[in-house]
Design a protein. Structure first.
Length: 299
């Protein structure tokens, strides 16, 4: 018994040492004398951007400091801290504000990605959601991002309103967390049945979550993710290198691997009736306090 415990302890030590050695090897090529490239990015781009940033570090020796959040939060952070070389934004309103306030000098003309909404459910869900109408017919606990502050929430409200389910769907909303990733997390934790969120977010937990696609003609809007250099960029050349990398075939393949749509043609194929970009107005019934009989999320 004692020998077995010693063996297990030794294996644990070697395992930890192995991880530490691997981290040292991966970071050894980074030049500590170079200031990191600070990239502020909307949550929506997290998995693919982490992979692309690692490639940039390997190519240049410069560390990438990725800071994720909602586009609204990141813009406020940029304004207050004056720190950030590049800003990846998934909100048209925040894109316009960034230019109006002189925080971003210019957005790259070609979108980095196109985001398509979908329904996201657990693989072992208690309800059988196959169509948008099933949310209503099965009294599913629905979650969307805060529609007053988050573009995904407004897109979700617009979509169900256009399909004629606005009143019923609004009554089924169990929570409106601050961001789409948090809405998806509630489904992952089985505290809600279905989230209307960006389709790519299912890939973050593919073992637990699955996508239920909307009928393409039901999709009212596709979001455009854009990237721009901020007014506070400290190294124009480093920022340009990162922007150039995003346009390479390797980076595009990484985005596509994570199910991001990277061309206008593919976006229109996924949602032929949708408006590309922009943000809808919020119907009155989706505003805070407009309805007080929400079922709530299980604690």
């Amino acid at each position: 018994m004692k020998a077995a415990l010693i063996t297990i302890a030794a294996l644990l030590v070697f395992s930890v040492l192995g991880v530490l050695v691997l981290e040292l090897v991966l970071s050894s090529h980074l030049d500590a004398a170079k200031e990191p490239l600070v990239v502020l990015s909307a949550w929506e781009m997290k998995p693919a951007l982490e992979e692309i940033a690692a490639r940039y570090e390997a190519n240049t020796g410069r560390r990438v400091d990725l800071r994720f959040g909602t586009s609204r939060m990141l813009l406020a952070q940029l304004k207050l801290s004056e720190q950030g070389d590049l800003f990846i934004c998934a909100s048209k309103r925040e894109q316009d504000r960034a230019v109006e306030e002189g925080l971003v000098t210019k957005w790259v003309e070609r979108p980095l990605a196109y985001l398509v909404p979908a329904m996201i459910v657990r693989r072992d869900a208690r309800v059988d959601i196959r169509w948008l109408s099933d949310i209503v017919s099965q009294d599913a606990r629905l979650v969307i991002a805060d529609p007053e502050h988050e573009p995904m929430g407004r897109v979700a409200a617009e979509l169900v309103e256009a399909a004629g389910f606005g009143k019923q769907a609004r009554a089924l909303v169990a929570a409106t967390p601050p961001s789409a990733p948090e809405a998806v997390e509630l489904v992952s934790l089985a505290k809600a049945d279905v989230a209307i969120a960006w389709r790519v977010m299912q890939q973050w937990e593919p073992d637990f979550l699955q996508v239920v696609e909307f009928d393409p003609e039901e999709i009212t809007r596709v979001a455009l993710v854009t990237i721009g250099k901020t007014r506070f960029c400290r190294d124009d050349e480093a920022a340009k290198d990162f922007l150039d990398l995003l346009g390479t075939n390797d980076a595009q393949a990484t985005l596509q691997k994570w199910r991001y749509i990277t061309t206008r043609a593919d976006a229109m194929k996924a949602a032929p009736e949708a408006t590309l970009g922009g943000e809808p107005d919020l119907p009155p019934r989706w505003r805070a306090g407009a309805q007080n009989d929400n079922p709530g999320v299980d604690e």
